[in-house]
Design a protein around this ligand. Structure first.
Ligand SMILES: Nc1ncnc2c1ncn2[C@@H]1O[C@H](COP(=O)(O)O)[C@@H](O)[C@H]1OP(=O)(O)O
Ligand SMILES: [Mg+2]
Length: 358
C-alpha cells in the first residue's frame, strides 16, 4: 500500500508524543498561571522533539515544518532540563515499535537539534517535483490543553503541496462515539479509561480510528462521517471553537438559525473537531474568521482536511473554495474554514455566504 511506512511512522511518533503530553498535563498543569508559559512550552517542545526525531530517523530527506524552535531552551537551562526529563520518560512500551522510530533520544543536544529540525521553508524553497514536506503542530489547541479540554497533535505529509497523509492524536476524545466530549478536566481521567484516539487517513485509502495506546500500532477500524441530507439539517450537530476569539460564534449562530438547526453547537478546542466529524460525533464544523487580518497557520488544518475528506466529507473556505496549500504555511488573509458532509455542503455554504453578505 502507498505510504504504508509513512503511516506507521506517523502513528507511532504521535503515540509516543502523546505519552509525553499526557504526563505533562497530569503533573504540572494545576500550577500553571497564564503568564507562565512553561508547562505548555514543555509539552510543545517535548512533543516536537519526539515526533521530529522519529521522522528524521525514518525519512532523513524529507522537509519538516513545525511550530517551535529551540532558541528559548538553549538560553534556559532549567526549562531545557525539564523538557529533557519528559522526553527521556516517553518511550513506547513495545521495543520493536520504539526502535522503528529511532529509539530514545540520546542527549539534550539531540533533543535541541530535533526541535530545530522543524524550520524548513516548506514549498517556498521547493521547485522539484515530488517534494515532500511534513507539517507538525505538536500541541494544537493550547487553551484546551490547559483546561483539560480537547487538544490534538496534528501531523500531515504534503507532497507537491497536497496533503496525502494525516494523523490526529486526540488524547481527550472519547473512544466510544456515544460518550460525551469533555471540555475540561479530561486529563484527570487518565489513560485506559476510554479516552484517546488516533484518527488517520491516506489519500485514496479512507479514514481509520484507533485507540491511542502506549505500545505498537493498534488494530484500526474504518470510519465514515454520518450521512446527513438537507432534510435532516435541523437535527445536525454543529461544532465550533470554545474560544470566541478564534472563530465567530455570532456568525455561527446566525447560520444555524437560518438553517433551522435546533440544538446548540458543541464547543471543542483544537483540530480534534475534524476527528470528531470523521468519527461521526458531529456533522458540521464552522470556523468563521473574527478578523481577516489574523494570519492563521493553515497547515495545522492539513491533517484534519484529509481525515475528513477520506471519511466522505468536504472542506473549504467560507466561499466553498478548496483550501490552498501551495501558498505556504500561513494564510495571508483569513478566509475561514467550513467542514461538512457532501449531503449538506451546498446548503451550508449558501447559508454562510448569505450571513456574511448581510
Ligand atoms: N485569533 C485567532 N483566530 C483564529 N485562530 C487562532 C487565533 N489565535 C490562535 N488561533 C489558532 O486556533 C487554533 C485553535 O483553534 P480552536 O480555538 O478551534 O481550538 C490554533 O491552531 C491556534 O493557533 P496556534 O496553533 O498558533 O495556537
Ligand atoms: Mg495550531
Amino acid at each position: 500500500m502507498p505510504y504504508e511506512t509513512e503511516l506507521r511512522t506517523a502513528l507511532l511518533a504521535l503515540q509516543r508524543a502523546s505519552l509525553l503530553t499526557r504526563r505533562v498535563a497530569l503533573t504540572t498543569l494545576s500550577s500553571v498561571t497564564k503568564s507562565d508559559r512553561s508547562p505548555v512550552t514543555v509539552g510543545d517542545f517535548g512533543a516536537q522533539a519526539l515526533v521530529i526525531s522519529a521522522l528524521r530517523h525514518a525519512f532523513p530527506d524529507d522537509a519538516i515544518v513545525a511550530e517551535e524552535d529551540a532558541a528559548a531552551l538553549r538560553d534556559n537551562e532549567a526549562l531545557r532540563g525539564k523538557v529533557w526529563d519528559y522526553v527521556q520518560g516517553a518511550g513506547l512500551s513495545d521495543e520493536g515499535a520504539e526502535s522503528s522510530i529511532g529509539g530514545p533520544l540520546k542527549s539534550e543536544r539531540d533533543m535541541l537539534d530535533a526541535i530545530d529540525g522543524g524550520a524548513s521553508e516548506g514549498f517556498a524553497s521547493a521547485g522539484s517535483q515530488g517534494r515532500r514536506v511534513w507539517a507538525l503542530d505538536p500541541i494544537d489547541g493550547t487553551k484546551g490543553f490547559l483546561r483539560g479540554g480537547q487538544y490534538a497533535i496534528a501531523l500531515a505529509l504534503l507532497v507537491d503541496a497536497k496533503p496525502v497523509l494525516g494523523v490526529l492524536a486526540c488524547p481527550n476524545l472519547p473512544q466510544d462515539a456515544s460518550a460525551p466530549i469533555p471540555t475540561e478536566h479530561a486529563h484527570e481521567k487518565g489513560e485506559g479509561e476510554g479516552y484517546g484516539v488516533l484518527v488517520s487517513a491516506v489519500a485514496g485509502q479512507g479514514t481509520t480510528v484507533r485507540v491511542l495506546g502506549s505500545g505498537g500500532v493498534a488494530e484500526g477500524k474504518p470510519t465514515k462521517m454520518r450521512e446527513v441530507g438537507e432534510a435532516q439539517i435541523g437535527s445536525a450537530v454543529f461544532c465550533e471553537s470554545v474560544e470566541s476569539g478564534h472563530s465567530s460564534h455570532d456568525h455561527h449562530a446566525l447560520i444555524t438559525q437560518k438553517l433551522g438547526v435546533t440544538s446548540s453547537p458543541v464547543r471543542m478546542d483544537s483540530q480534534a473537531k475534524y476527528a470528531s466529524l470523521a468519527m461521526g460525533l458531529a456533522d458540521v464544523y464552522l470556523r468563521l474568521p473574527v478578523s481577516a487580518s489574523y494570519q492563521e497557520k493553515i497547515w495545522d488544518h492539513a491533517a484534519g482536511e484529509i481525515v475528513v475528506k477520506e471519511a466522505g466529507g468536504m472542506v473549504g473556505d467560507v466561499q466553498g473554495r478548496p483550501l490552498d496549500w501551495a501558498q505556504g504555511r500561513t494564510l495571508k488573509e483569513n478566509k475561514g474554514v467550513v467542514v461538512a458532509g457532501k449531503g449538506v455542503w451546498d446548503m451550508v455554504i449558501s447559508a454562510v455566504k448569505d450571513v456574511l453578505a448581510a
